[in-house]
Design a protein around this ligand. Structure first.
Ligand SMILES: [Zn+2]
Length: 236
């Protein structure tokens, strides 16, 4: 068995026994990888996750649990690990990724997005990454309401947007209300030029996160708030 080398991010570690762990990694070439990591916990402390670098591993043909060999963090991204604003948002993005992609499925745009975080842009980058993940997975809801006229109150309900005109029997308890401002923000996501000029307030970021999380619950059939999202909310 020969070892393979790839750029990657190790995004989750679960203690297996003693010092070993099961690591989840994401690579632009191999997608999601599950790795057995024999010495994940040393006296020097835990392994630094959510920071881009280079992974060496041995791919098993007979199992989806591959063998971790080494990981070198890319020094250009050391600031990720020192910037909680970035880590907390990447953590949310990887939670979405985990629910939307299977082992081995590729998502190049996600890799590109993972390399673009800074302290200044992380609010926007986080939301955009989630939007692109859902789009790549083919589950993103249509950003216009069903009829396209967007009259009156808009709701996200059962994974679709309805306005006062097209959602006849809608009641606010049945969905998530979308304000006019939020609706115009949503419409900007697929339009690079428009999106460039948008800035999200903290409040707007939270509302969009809840909206995307709610939609994920609908498409995945698992009705729950992501742990990373509740951590994010509790941090504020
Ligand atoms: Zn409508």
């Amino acid at each position: 068995m020969k070892s393979l080398n790839t750029p990657a991010i190790i995004y989750r570690l679960t203690r297996y026994s003693d010092n070993s762990a099961i690591a989840l990694a994401f690579s632009p070439e191999y997608g999601k990888l599950k790795l057995f990591m024999p010495n994940a916990y040393s006296k020097k402390g835990g392994f630094m996750t959510l920071t881009p670098g280079n992974l060496t591993f041995i791919m098993k043909d007979t199992s989806d649990l591959h063998r971790f060999v080494a990981f070198s963090h890319n020094p250009a991204y050391h600031y990720y690990s020192q910037t909680p604003e970035i880590i907390v948002r990447l953590n949310i993005c990887f939670d979405f990724f985990e629910h939307l992609f299977h082992s081995g499925e590729q998502c190049r745009i996600f890799w590109e997005m993972c390399l673009k975080y800074s302290e200044d842009n992380c609010r926007k980058a986080g939301l955009y990454t989630i939007y692109r993940l859902m789009k790549e997975a083919g589950v993103m809801f249509d950003l216009k309401c069903k009829c396209g006229s967007a009259q009156g109150d808009i709701l996200l309900k059962d994974g679709e947007l309805f306005c006062g005109k097209c959602g006849v029997s809608q009641s606010p308890e049945e969905g998530i209300p979308i304000s006019g401002k939020m609706y115009s923000n949503l419409l900007a996501f697929p339009q690079n030029e428009l999106f460039k000029n948008i800035n999200f307030t903290h409040e707007e970021e939270l509302k969009l996160l809840m909206l995307f999380n709610n939609h994920l619950s609908v498409v995945s059939g698992k009705n729950k708030m992501l742990k990373s999202v509740s951590v994010f909310i509790s941090m504020q």
